[in-house]
Design a protein around this ligand. Structure first.
Ligand SMILES: [Zn+2]
Length: 382
């Protein structure tokens, strides 16, 4: 439970800057009383109903369904049912990472109706990927399948690299286009709603997907702009989920050559923590996987990346840093990744792999030193 509380708290901390997207209750200030006369269009009615269905779906899930499921970064797309709390102010002197800036820009280009539809549909897709989809059926990574070979090669390598139980860690694709399948959306709604209502909601989801042109039939990157790692006792069990939207945006930002390997390497780092029941409550919960991912990337038995590519990955780490006490600032994430890489390249025997328990211990010892001065000062002031 601890972990879930922490994530929720962090997600909410970031919500302040993103108030524009908490469209569930947001009413434009310009909506004068006479606007009441305008009846909602049928599309708006569909979206409102779907949003309600998704809230009820999430409320109907088993208690531990989402426990410990960790996103790569705090997305501007909030799931229905996530409540906004008073936001903690941003860390002074911090600039959020480029991927977050890009995601926020994408979010702000949607009108409130589109954003509400996207939020509901993204939540359905996320749950489908976590609890219905399975890697027993062939997984297609990237909007055109372009990342499938790299994803398969990376998870195979990771399974052999870290000394944790790995055969039952699934790597599953998160695709916005799955929302076009009424069978899939209905199966997802059945996780929390009775079969009759699930069938209605499933049909409505696919209807809304095509009623809102901005969603591009499921190809809008914000629908799937994240990656997740889920522990054994969450709904769907141990798995890593990789969003097509994330890969698209990382490509757009210029990190395409390392995207799949770095992101899956990070998410697998969460599996390393899960395997050792290591659930830190501070930023080391995210920075640890950055470090383990960096170690894997630079290691001769991992990706064996050269110095230049290693540096590129630390910039990718930084691009998802935020300025709240959430998933780590850009500087923190960069420092954690670079520390992990250094552990690999400074070994006497380049082929030796540090046991995962030892790696966690080493990182926990290093972590306080990786806090940049601004964040450390703020933490001290509290
Ligand atoms: Zn993470």
């Amino acid at each position: 439970m601890r972990k879930r509380t922490r994530i929720l708290g962090r997600t909410l901390a970031a919500a302040g800057t993103l108030a524009a997207l908490t469209v569930a209750t947001a009413v434009p200030a310009t909506a004068a009383p006479q606007a009441k006369a305008a009846e909602p269009t049928s599309v708006e009615q569909d979206i409102a109903q779907l949003y309600q269905d998704v809230e009820d779906l999430y409320n109907g899930l088993p208690a531990n369904a989402l426990r410990g499921v960790d996103p790569l970064f705090d997305s501007p797309v909030k799931r229905p049912g996530q409540q906004a709390h008073a936001a903690q102010g941003p860390i002074p002197g911090c600039t959020e990472g480029s991927l977050l800036t890009y995601a926020n820009k994408l979010a702000s280009s949607l009108n409130p109706t589109e954003a509400k539809a996207l939020s509901a549909l993204s939540a359905i897709g996320q749950l489908y990927t976590q609890a219905v989809a399975s890697d027993k059926t062939p997984q297609v990574f990237g909007t055109d399948g372009q990342y499938t070979p790299r994803a398969g090669a990376t998870i195979d390598k990771l399974r052999g690299f870290w000394d944790i139980e790995s055969w039952n860690i699934q790597l599953v694709t998160w695709k916005g286009t799955d929302l076009g399948s009424q069978e899939r959306t209905t199966q997802t709604f059945k996780l929390g709603l009775d079969p009759k209502r699930a069938a209605e909601a499933g049909a409505l989801a696919t209807k809304v997907l095509y009623e809102v042109p901005a969603l591009q039939g499921g190809r809008h990157p914000l629908l799937t702009l994240n990656a997740f790692s889920a522990p054994a006792d969450s709904l769907g069990g141990k798995r890593i989920m990789l969003g097509d939207g994330l890969l698209d945006v990382v490509n757009h930002l210029g990190f395409d050559d390392v995207s799949v390997e770095a992101v899956v390497g990070h998410e697998y780092g969460h599996q390393v923590d899960f395997a050792h029941d290591n659930y830190p409550r501070d930023e080391s919960g995210e920075m640890g996987p950055d470090a383990y991912g960096g170690y894997f990337g630079a290691h001769a038995k991992g990706e064996a990346w050269n110095a230049r590519t290693q540096q590129e990955v630390t910039y990718l780490d930084a691009s998802i840093g935020d300025c709240y006490h959430s998933h780590g600032t850009p500087d923190q994430r960069k420092a954690a990744g670079a520390w992990g890489e250094k552990q690999a390249v400074s070994q006497n025997n380049p082929n030796r792999i540090i046991p995962s328990a030892k790696m966690i211990e080493k990182f926990q010892k290093e972590y306080p030193k990786l806090m940049p001065p601004a964040a450390a000062a703020l933490a001290a002031a509290h």
